[in-house]
Ligand binder design. Structure first.
Ligand code: KG4
Ligand code: ZN
Length: 331
């Protein structure tokens, strides 16, 4: 089954062709980082306009690279949320138009669920359920009990900033460009992670939930006290990164033990971070850790097409043409 995936939830325009859920025939991503860099974050209106300009050329390129034409497709899949409303509408309307014109089914996919599927897609061998899903992206931070594809229970989530958002905001405080995650990771490599006693936040009534706003404020105060040199900035980046990731690893381990889970799968742009992967490897030696491959960890459409294959097989039908874009989707 040949599935076209379309992704336009935020600041990446992407199309991909995937055979039977795993075999990636093409995976074309156009990042808008340069467009948003000067504003220090994503400007929704600019993102939408860029999606409109790019989506058809990217579709053409993905078909060309996969060496197929539109008629060869069996299913059109699109991320219909969560994301920026205007950006979502562009991908969703293209998917619907293609479905009508080609008389093919189309299916809406949860972008966050697809981030977790990206890790499964990156591994050829089948990995037995259940898993602890660890979502670490720009907009979401959550732990999810995954019993099967499509059967999930939300264990915990952030009560304020998402982890990627915290990285982006701290980077901004340090005068680093957007997106801040890779910049902080690079700076942290030269810093002393034990210099500042930063800590991840505790949510009293829900101990597995996350909170990063206090950590962010602690960084701000440390910077205000210092008039920081380059070397101070490296130490702040390293201390912030370690505090944030220590908190995530501890809560993930606690959830795994509480729900008797031996496998963790990871999704979202922050999983690109090498220090994060190293920390999990050190502190969770008895768990099987399933990470997305590099090309699948940031936003992409291959994960959308791959996951859609499984949902379509289960349901045996696509979505109705009045499917709405969803700014938020509860897990
Ligand atoms: O999953 P993603 O591509 O978009 C969303 O669905 O939100 O994640 C983007 C986020 C950004 O906040 C970016 O700063 C962060 O992932 N990120 C990283 C790294 N690479 C990307 N954070 C920490 N370390 C990295 N190496
Ligand atoms: Zn994403």
């Amino acid at each position: 089954m040949l599935v076209l995936g379309i992704e336009s939830t935020c600041d990446e325009t992407a199309c991909a062709v995937v055979r039977d859920g795993y075999e990636i025939l093409s995976n074309v991503v156009s990042s808008q980082i340069d467009l948003h860099k000067e504003f220090g974050g994503v400007v929704p209106e600019l993102a939408c306009r860029r999606h409109i300009d790019l989506i058809i050329p990217i579709l053409d390129e993905s078909l060309k690279l996969a060496n197929i034409n539109l008629q060869d497709l069996d299913l059109i899949a699109v991320a219909h949320g969560p994301g920026l409303i205007g950006a979502l509408l562009i991908g969703l309307n293209m998917a619907k138009s293609l479905a009508v014109a080609l008389k093919k089914p189309f299916i809406g996919i949860n972008h966050i669920e697809a981030h977790l599927y990206a890790a499964l897609m990156s591994h050829n061998e089948k990995i037995a359920f259940p898993y602890l899903g660890v979502v670490l992206s720009g907009g979401h931070t959550s732990l999810v009990l995954m019993e099967d594809i499509g059967t999930y229970r939300l264990i915990s989530q952030t009560v304020d900033d998402a982890i990627g958002e915290a990285f982006d905001k701290v980077a901004k405080m340090l005068g680093l460009p957007y997106p801040g995650g890779p910049e902080i990771e690079a700076l942290a490599r030269q810093g002393d992670p034990s210099r500042f006693p930063f800590k991840g936040g505790r949510v009293k009534t829900r101990p597995l939930d996350f909170s990063f706003s206090g950590l962010k404020t602690a960084v701000l105060y440390a910077l205000q006290d210092l008039a920081p040199t380059e070397s101070d900035k490296c130490d702040i980046a390293a201390s912030f990164q370690r505090a944030a990731f220590d908190d995530i690893v501890s809560k993930a381990l606690q959830a795994a033990s509480q729900y008797h889970l031996k496998t963790m799968i990871f999704g979202g742009g922050v999983t690109n971070n090498k220090y994060l992967r190293q920390l999990f490897a050190e502190r969770a030696p008895n768990c099987t850790l399933v990470w997305p491959s590099t090309g699948l960890s940031l936003d992409n459409a291959a994960m959308i097409a791959g996951l859609a294959y499984h949902h379509y097989l289960k349901r045996q039908k696509g979505d109705a043409l009045d499917l709405e874009p969803l700014v938020r989707i509860p897990f």
